[in-house]
Design a protein around this ligand. Structure first.
Ligand SMILES: [Ca+2]
Ligand SMILES: [Ca+2]
Length: 587
């Protein structure tokens, strides 16, 4: 996600005018999660209001009717500016491949009911990070059609004037290899890495058994470290190099001066810079390194000394931030890439303190946390206070006596209840409201799921799990665009994401496993796009075209809650396969 307007740059390039367009739809079809459901999932579809009163679930291959139900009365869902009727079939649990049928309408896209319904989705959502790795060749045996040459070794990176210090004057050459391309561009940003790594590491910390049995066919597979952690390490290793060893401060980003055109990574060869140390980047670094030190401690044999080094790095970063508590990012005049500027830093201080506290069990950090004054809400890259709450709740049974465990549980449960209420009241059965259709709205839905799942893990209240399921349904096709929002998943899914490798690789299908940003009410890129949005309705403001960087870009922080939610629902949803993993999950 970028705050910069890069329409002019992205769409002045030839790439905007070439690709064929999947009609994005003024969809009047049946909307359903196109990946599908676990047998025990709550199951909903949405049907246009004109439909008759009955629906059926039909076998996708034979056409045989497998289940019959009655449509709920039509209700208007404001974000889509239309009325729909809901079809609930939660009681139907037979594994198979199905479509929703309503007389007079085309059948819905195909979906599955399967005990491992989200296993492939989860694997692909993690492998999307592998595809976005800097500094590595992707071999055909691992990357298939999307194999590519290495780009951006980042072993000779220049210290920008804004980042110069006594030990490293402007122009000093440093090495900061590996890391993930942040989004559809080829730059690497510490702030957005913060919430991204947090969410991936939390997924592992909360559901270790699920990830321990997963093999992703990535370059490190089989090395004794679960692959989700191997993938996280690719970016953690880069981040360690973003800290100035002289003072503990952390550079805000590693970037080209401007955005590249639609080229492959190895074709982007200009100079790269580390730019400006900031308080936000340094605190996000401190938080993630304290968390990673804890999560990676069991893998001392594979990475000797790493966990200890991360904790030292975290404390050094904290010390720099305390001494420089309000250094906000200001874009230098010769740098034009993403800003990720954030001038509200209380949440970053709290999150870093929480991770240091849980990892060290030292009450000094608990005092620094100022817990009673810390708000809780649906998180996003500039709004990370909730990550502190999640970590404290996860470790609530091991905290020191000074911690207010009741407060920690209450705050999580209050937010989850509020979100579940919004889901219950929604005519469309999603927690999203009209003003949630911001840049990256699909990740808003999934971060709502993240918080609902935390509530469910504390209360066991089924409606909190079902509301989280609804958020996953939403990004997988039960939405007003009628399309899945994850590349490669669903009969209708994004074909032209704002993702340079997908645009430039000559492969018809986009790189799979990426969540696109999704509907954005402001439709901020219309000037650069050769075709109009299908509707003014907030929930339909999505364009499956490379030009639409505000609705069809990919980003590491958006995929992370997809990884979390798909794993959590696979593990926590009552049912045969999940029960075993649920018993093994840390509660
Ligand atoms: Ca903030
Ligand atoms: Ca392509």
């Amino acid at each position: 996600m970028k705050r910069l307007a890069w329409a002019a740059l992205a769409c002045a390039l030839q790439a905007c005018s070439t690709a064929p367009i999947t009609p994005a739809a003024g969809v009047q079809g049946i909307q359903v999660n196109q990946v599908g459901f676990l047998p025990g999932s709550a199951k909903w579809a949405a049907v246009p209001e004109t439909a008759s009163g009955a629906f059926s679930i039909v076998d996708a291959n034979s056409g045989r009717v497998a289940h019959r139900g009655t449509l709920a009365p039509p209700r208007r869902w404001e974000p889509a500016q239309e009325a729909l009727r809901l079809a609930e079939f939660s009681s139907f649990t037979s594994p198979g491949e199905y479509r929703v049928h309503v007389d007079g309408l085309p059948d819905s896209p195909r979906f599955a009911i399967a005990p491992d319904a989200y296993a492939a989705l989860n694997a692909a959502a993690i492998r999307a990070y592998t595809y976005n790795r800097a500094g590595i060749e992707l071999a055909p045996q691992q990357a298939g059609a999307w194999a590519r040459t290495a780009g951006h070794p980042d072993t000779r990176v220049l210290v920008h004037a804004s980042a110069a210090g006594p030990g490293r004057p402007e122009g000093t050459v440093i090495s900061a290899p590996k890391g993930w391309y942040d989004a559809g561009d080829y730059n690497k940003y510490v702030v957005n890495s913060g919430i991204t790594l947090y969410t991936l590491l939390a997924a592992y910390e909360h559901f270790p058994a699920f990830f321990q049995q997963q093999s992703l066919n990535i370059p490190e597979s089989g090395n004794g470290i679960p692959d989700v952690l191997n993938e996280a390490l690719w970016n953690l290793d880069w981040m360690l190099a973003m800290q100035d060893p002289a003072d503990g401060g952390v550079y805000h980003k590693l970037t080209s001066p401007g955005f590249d055109g639609a080229v492959m990574p190895h074709q982007s060869t200009g100079p790269r810079y580390v730019v400006m140390k900031t308080t936000a980047a340094t605190l996000d670094f401190a938080a993630v390194m304290a968390q990673a030190s804890r999560v990676l401690a069991p893998f001392e044999a594979q990475r000797p000394g790493l966990a200890a080094r991360m904790l030292v790095a975290s404390k050094a970063a904290w010390a720099w931030a305390k001494a420089h508590p309000a250094v906000v990012y200001h874009q230098p005049s010769d740098i034009h890439t993403g800003g990720y500027d954030d001038d509200q830093l209380g949440d970053e201080f709290a999150w870093a303190a929480a991770e240091l506290y849980v990892t060290t069990r030292d009450d000094t950090w608990l005092s620094a946390l100022k817990l009673s004054a810390l708000p809780i809400d649906v998180p996003g890259w500039p709004n990370v206070g909730s990550l502190a709450w999640i970590t404290l709740a996860q470790h609530r049974l091991q905290l020191t006596p000074a911690a207010d465990r009741a407060l920690i549980e209450r705050r999580i449960v209050e937010l989850a209840a509020k979100l579940a209420d919004a889901w219950s009241a929604s005519p469309y059965r999603v927690a999203l409201q009209n003003d949630d259709f911001i840049w990256g709205s699909n990740a808003v839905a999934l971060n709502q799921a993240l918080m609902l799942i935390q509530g469910y893990r504390l209360t066991g209240e089924r409606r909190q799990l079902d509301a989280a399921q609804a958020a996953l349904d939403y990004v997988l096709g039960r939405n007003a665009t009628g399309s899945s929002m994850v590349t490669g998943f669903g009969e209708r899914s994004p074909r032209h994401p704002h993702h340079r490798p997908s645009e430039a690789d000559g492969v018809d299908a986009p790189v799979p496993g990426f969540l696109v940003g999704g509907p954005y009410a402001n439709q901020g890129d219309t000037k650069g796009c050769p075709l109009p949005y299908p509707s003014k309705a907030p929930a339909k403001s999505w364009l499956d075209h490379f030009c639409s960087y505000t609705t069809n870009e990919v980003a590491i922080n958006w995929n992370a809650p997809l990884v979390y939610a798909s794993a959590a629902l696979q593990v926590l949803t009552p049912g045969a396969r999940s029960a075993r993993l649920s018993a093994l999950a840390t509660r």
